[in-house]
Design a protein around this ligand. Structure first.
Ligand code: COA
Length: 385
């Protein structure tokens, strides 16, 4: 290729892709979304196999190391995670000063950013040091989310129990008592299902920040902000609000048709990549049904199934990961505005895995914009305009 061909272009090529749809903006072995087949793989493993046989901790190892761990390696990772569950007292003190009505996802964003002050090795971006930071972040996310909920309710945070895995520990710290085995297992699988999803908006945000060689706390803070939007991780809370607004299975048909006629988006449906069933929804649908059976109240599951049926009939759209997680968490007694922070409790494993990849082979992410503004505008002094 000639030097001329390699030279940066002064003006980007016309025809930029709106929302970067279909553009490969990074190489990654973390996960692949096969939109037409409805398949999701993490480091080569089908999500259905991981949901059936793995644990969240094992999945974390897989995402960070590109392979499944041997027993001793998994034990070591678990020990490391448990050893870092606690958060600094200064961050708990900060949380107590945040307005009680603050959205928990925003509390998470602010406290993750603050955690960086108390980590003296945060700016060391070597692989070894970065894995240690990833361990700390992954271990501390659940503690922060549970503490945020307790503090806003005027309660003292529950100290994490290092005997518990991440899923059990989170539910324990949230409610103050250990969860049932079924709840803990279901939650563990939900964490596996949300762990990574290729170059979604929050992961891309994390990689853009990491690409400047900013530290992992900064990259993750940006990712949380991106996740909070209703078109991304904020959708699960919005789903439950919609179900509560609908109120009864008999109202579903009329409600959805009216909303669609008003060009309202129904949260929890559609996807930027999947053109068939989101494989994560398959498991979460089953969890929603199981929770209905266990609580003896099938209303939320049945209403969700009806919404699914009407959306397929009216728009040909499938439910995504957020649709059935909403009713599942609701029946587990989890407050609505914690659904998105819970998404983050899982996705931190994927974000940190992508950041490790980015640091390992970094190139500043700096795309171009297709300029559509005026050119050659003549400056007129303000008094003459
Ligand atoms: N409810 C109603 N209509 C929807 C819809 C939804 N949830 N999702 C997509 N559509 C419609 C759009 O209105 C659009 O119709 P049009 O062509 O008549 O204008 C068409 O389907 C394509 O939608 P678009 O938003 O361009 O698709 P996208 O691939 O850019 O967006 C999402 C994907 C996820 C942003 C979009 O489906 C959405 O907003 N879903 C709801 C939010 C959600 O659940 N987010 C979580 C994602 S995991």
């Amino acid at each position: 290729m000639s030097d001329k061909a390699n030279a940066p272009t002064a003006t980007p090529a016309a025809g930029s892709s709106a929302g970067l749809r279909g553009v490969a903006a990074a190489t990654s072995s973390m996960s692949d979304v096969l939109g037409d087949k409805g398949q999701l793989i993490y480091q080569g493993f089908d999500i259905h196999d991981l949901a059936a046989y793995s644990t969240f901790e094992e999945t974390i190892f897989l995402l960070w190391n590109k392979r499944l761990p041997k027993q001793a390696e998994l034990d070591e990772l678990k020990r490391d995670l448990c050893a870092h569950y606690e958060i600094p007292a200064e961050v708990i003190a900060l949380m107590k000063r945040i307005p009680r009505e603050a959205d928990p996802i925003d509390v998470l964003r602010t406290t993750i950013s603050a955690l960086e002050f108390y980590d003296p090795t945060s700016r060391n971006l070597s692989r070894d040091a970065s894995v240690k930071t990833a361990v700390k972040l992954t271990a501390q996310f659940p503690t922060l989310v549970a503490a945020a909920d307790r503090i806003r309710n005027g309660l003292e945070p529950v100290k994490p129990n290092p005997q518990f895995n991440i899923a059990t520990n989170f539910l324990y710290m949230l409610k103050g008592e250990p969860p049932s085995e079924q709840d803990a297992k279901m939650f563990d699988v939900a964490l596996i299902l949300h762990a990574d999803h290729e170059l979604n908006a929050s992961t891309f945000a994390a990689r853009v920040v990491a690409g400047t060689l900013a530290d992992m706390y900064g990259a993750v803070t940006a990712a949380i902000a991106a996740l909070s939007g209703p078109l991304h991780g904020g959708a699960n809370t919005a789903v439950m609000k919609t179900l509560l607004e609908i109120g009864d299975v008999a109202n579903v048909d009329g409600f959805i048709k009216k909303a669609l006629a008003e060009k309202r988006k129904i949260m929890g449906f559609g996807h930027a990549v999947y053109r068939t069933e989101d494989p994560r929804a398959t498991h979460l649908r089953r969890f929603s049904q199981e929770m209905g059976e266990r609580t003896g109240d099938m209303k939320w599951y049945e209403m969700s199934r009806k919404v699914e049926e009407v959306m397929m009939r009216e728009k040909g759209l499938y439910p995504n990961v957020d649709f059935f997680s909403a009713s599942t968490y609701y029946m587990m007694g989890i407050p609505l505005d914690l659904y998105t922070p819970i998404f983050a409790v899982s996705r931190i494993s994927g974000w940190t895995g992508h950041i490790l990849e980015q640091y390992a082979d970094n190139k500043l992410i700096r795309p171009r914009a297709e300029y559509i503004g005026a050119r050659d505008a003549k400056y007129i002094p303000i008094a003459e305009r």
